[in-house]
Design a protein around this ligand. Structure first.
Ligand code: DO4
Ligand code: MG
Length: 287
């Protein structure tokens, strides 16, 4: 199932999409007004989120699938977003090209321990159709389309689409500048939904288009099978010796890297699609 967050007349609504259509779960269970509320109920009743939602769908108000997809917001009130890096060969090659210390990227690509870094908070994270940001003190900015693992108390409960928007000039200048390359206003987007029925996260098609003045200036596709690590392994490092907050997302690294010389600009539009999850689309603003 796919869970979307909507807002109607100031009220939060949790919408569920199944193969037979979309439903307003909150219309029949007012307490279930967010994905967070759903997973907390699932924990108390020792069920999965889908087992909590399913019995209520026949009594829930039906919704138009198109309207849900067009009006949804950030699908989860995340406490924190972390991200993995250099999990695909193309990312390792790209960082080596930009860096003042290229060998460290080869080392982390080959190492047992992955690169994991703090990426974003709720306030710095935007949902579908909201603007992502590029820093004006950076002259090389890129979107990074990534599969996101959604975690409740450290356990995976679903998947979403993420954009780890980054400054490559700041990152390349000095590795110690990574937090500034990664964490700033509007540095992350997530959405459009949380998919709970992904059987194998390591075989998903993924694509990204960037448009500028009505023209496509980047178009690329890949598959999560290219990842050199597993989501399970990345989650295990994230939660190791680390009591994580209730609602977190772990991004799993990028494998779509625009050519050197390409920089994301204000007024560009980035569209990312991951198979069986959906399309995350965001305009770009300067921050
Ligand atoms: O090592 C720097 C960041 C890498 C990253 O964000 C990625 O590979 O997706
Ligand atoms: Mg990244």
């Amino acid at each position: 199932m796919r869970y979307y967050q909507l807002s109607r007349r100031g009220q939060s609504i949790l919408a569920v999409e199944t193969d037979s259509g979309a439903y307003d779960l909150t219309s029949v269970k007012p307490d279930l007004d967010s994905f967070g509320a759903l997973v907390r109920t699932a924990e108390i009743t020792d069920c999965t989120p889908d087992e909590v939602a399913e019995p209520h769908l026949s009594g829930a108000d039906p919704l138009s699938t198109e309207a849900v997809r067009e009006t949804c917001g950030l699908p989860i009130d995340v406490d924190e977003v972390w991200a993995a890096g250099v999990t695909y060969q193309i990312s390792e090659e790209a960082r080596r090209g930009e860096s003042s210390m290229p060998e460290m990227y080869v080392n982390v690509y080959d190492a047992e321990r992955p690169e994991l870094f703090f990426k974003s908070t709720r306030d710095r994270t935007v949902g579908p159709d909201d603007a992502i940001g590029v820093r004006t003190d950076s002259d090389w900015n890129v979107p990074e389309p990534e599969l996101g693992v959604v975690l409740f108390r450290g356990e995976p409960v679903g998947y979403t689409v993420g954009n780890d928007v980054s400054s490559r000039s700041i990152e390349g200048e000095n590795p110690l500048y990574l937090p500034q390359a990664k964490v700033y206003d509007r540095c992350c987007s997530l959405g459009p939904c949380i998919a709970t029925d992904i059987r194998d996260p390591q075989t998903l098609d993924m694509s990204m288009q960037i448009s500028r003045d009505g023209e496509t200036v980047y178009d690329g596709s890949t598959n999560t099978a290219e990842m050199v690590r597993t989501c399970e392994d990345l989650v295990s490092y994230y939660t190791r010796h680390n009591t994580v907050p209730d609602l977190a997302v772990l991004l799993t690294g990028t494998s779509l890297v625009p050519e050197e010389g390409f920089s994301l600009r204000a007024d560009d539009h980035v569209t990312i699609e991951i198979e069986n999850i959906g399309i995350l689309s965001n305009p770009v603003v300067s921050v």
